[in-house]
Write a new protein. Structure first.
Length: 184
């Protein structure tokens, strides 16, 4: 689902991701536009080189990503894969992670030595009675990023086990940019 904040910057909300089976991407939930179909087709294309030759769309020149991570040592591998996927994009990606145990996560991030990845919350922001409140913390973080003076082309919210291929991002950006041109 694509939404816009008051600054009219596109926001990509990732709700779910279908699993990868036998090396073929089955699909990815991006938004209500044709980009979900393009992402499905792009994931099945074995020639990734065609994507690397494309110019980076303006929307993707600088990306702010907020990841929600409910602390679980077993799920650290998924978080690491999600982060590695994002920082491999051929563009500027700033990642901020909301978690229920920030000190634990900061210790792990220090070991991983990832310069553009930070823990958004320095203290515990949820209590045990409402652990799902953490899922909404990204809204305040994104609002601060939008008004920080940095010029982000898009804002992405994902959970720790979400993997978004670069090809899907490019497809979404081209669809979004071409749709905006049609409106104006």
């Amino acid at each position: 689902m694509r939404r816009s904040c008051k600054h009219r910057l596109p926001v990509l909300l990732i709700c779910s991701l279908l699993l990868v089976s036998e090396g073929t991407r089955l699909g990815i939930a991006l938004d209500a536009h044709t980009s979900s179909k393009r992402a499905h087709n792009a994931g099945r294309d074995s020639s990734a080189s065609s994507w690397s030759n494309l110019q980076v769309p303006k929307l993707l020149e600088r990306i702010f990503v907020c990841i929600t991570f409910h602390w679980n040592v077993v799920k650290l591998v998924y978080l690491q894969q999600a982060i590695e996927n994002m920082i491999a994009y051929p563009t500027i990606v700033v990642i901020c992670i909301n978690t229920d145990l920030p000190r634990n996560l900061q210790n792990v991030l220090d070991v991983w030595d990832l310069p553009h990845v930070t823990v958004c919350n320095e203290t515990r922001v949820v209590d045990d009675d409402n652990k799902y409140a953490l899922l909404w913390e990204h809204r305040a973080v994104m609002a601060m990023a939008a008004t920080s003076g940095q010029e982000y082309g898009c804002f992405i919210y994902i959970e720790d086990d979400t993997h978004i291929p670069w090809e899907a991002m490019v497809s979404w950006a081209f669809d979004t940019e071409s749709g905006a041109k049609k409106v104006h």
